[in-house]
Structures are given as C-alpha cells and as structure tokens.
Design a protein around this ligand. Structure first.
Ligand code: PNS
Length: 161
C-alpha cells in the first residue's frame, strides 16, 4: 500500500476501546497503521502473543489499512524495518506523560529520524487501561463497553466465569 504508515506499538494485554479509538482516529491522518505488539514474555502477560494477535486481527478484519504484527528488540529498529518513521502513542492523564516523554526522548536519541506522535485519548477512556480492566474482570466486575465484545468474552474465559 502506498502512503504514510505509522507504527502503533504496545503490549495490548488486552486491546481496549481506548486503543481502538486511537487507531480509528489515527486512520484519519495516516494511510496505514501497523499495530505492533511487543513480544516480551518477561512482562508475564495474561494473554499469549498469539491470543493477542488473533483478537486484534479479528477486530480489524476487513480493514486492509490495519496490519497486526509483533516485534522484539528496539522499537526504532522495527519502525525502520517497516519502512516508516512514525511512532504513534495514545496519551491519557498526566501520569502517562512522564513515561511517554522519557520513551520518546530515548527513541529520538536512538534514531533521530523516527518521530513520535501522540493522540489524546477520548474523555470516555480517560480512566481505563488494560491493567485496571484486567483487575476488574478478575474480580467479576462488569467491563462490557470498555473492551470489544470478543475481548470481553476472552477475559471471562480466562478468569473462568
Ligand atoms: O503498552 P506499553 O506496555 O506501554 O508499550 C510499551 C512499548 C512496547 C511501546 C515499549 O516498551 C517499547 O517500545 N519497547 C521496545 C523496546 C525499546 O525500544 N526500548 C527502548 C525505548 S524506551
């Protein structure tokens, strides 16, 4: 596909409606989005890499301008490998800012050609994160409306209810 692509990296354990909102809004700016899942078993994710890939592929089935992939190693090297120079990240509260700023500056130190672009989350998702959603789901809390229906089902399966 021709045009400008951006890499949207993350752990996506699991993908939430907040992530989806960032993807859909980014598609109004970029021609293609590569959702790049970090393959880091040390993080001890709830969902395996294969499960996360399959959930995200299911959600974006029929959207040829969204590619789902995984990476390990340095993000900036992966971005170059994908023949682009844009990293997209979503920003929620102030608490995200320090971490994102640090990461963007480190990525810039590692490769000055790679640009980090941030989209503010929609107010609806301001308080949500994969971590807090997993915690609520593990305690049988109602997390419908915060994650896509398929992810909601998978969470229920994982926590055995
Ligand atoms: O969803 P997350 O967990 O906040 O995503 C973090 C991620 C995957 C973007 C970050 O950990 C990452 O880019 N890791 C790859 C390793 C790397 O390049 N590190 C140096 C720059 S900080």
């Amino acid at each position: 596909m021709k045009g400008k692509a951006a890499v949207y990296p993350g752990t996506f354990d699991p993908i939430t409606n907040g992530h989806l909102s960032i993807v859909n809004r980014a598609l109004k700016i970029f021609d293609k989005l590569i959702i790049a899942i970090l393959n880091n078993p040390q993080k001890e994710p709830l969902f395996t890499l294969e499960e996360r890939i399959s959930m995200i592929e299911g959600i974006f089935k029929g959207k040829p301008n969204v590619e789902v992939d995984s990476f390990d190693g340095l993000l900036v090297d992966y971005v170059v490998e994908k023949k682009t120079n844009v990293v997209l990240r979503g920003l929620r509260a102030l608490s995200d800012f320090e971490y994102e700023f640090q990461m963007a500056l480190m990525n810039r130190k590692l490769n000055r050609e790679v640009q980090s672009i941030f989209l503010m989350t929609d107010y609806k998702w301001f308080y949500t994160s994969s971590t807090i959603i997993k915690e609520a789901a593990s305690l049988n809390g109602d997390i419908s409306g915060l994650v896509p229906a398929a992810v909601c089902r998978k969470l229920k399966e994982k926590f055995g209810y």
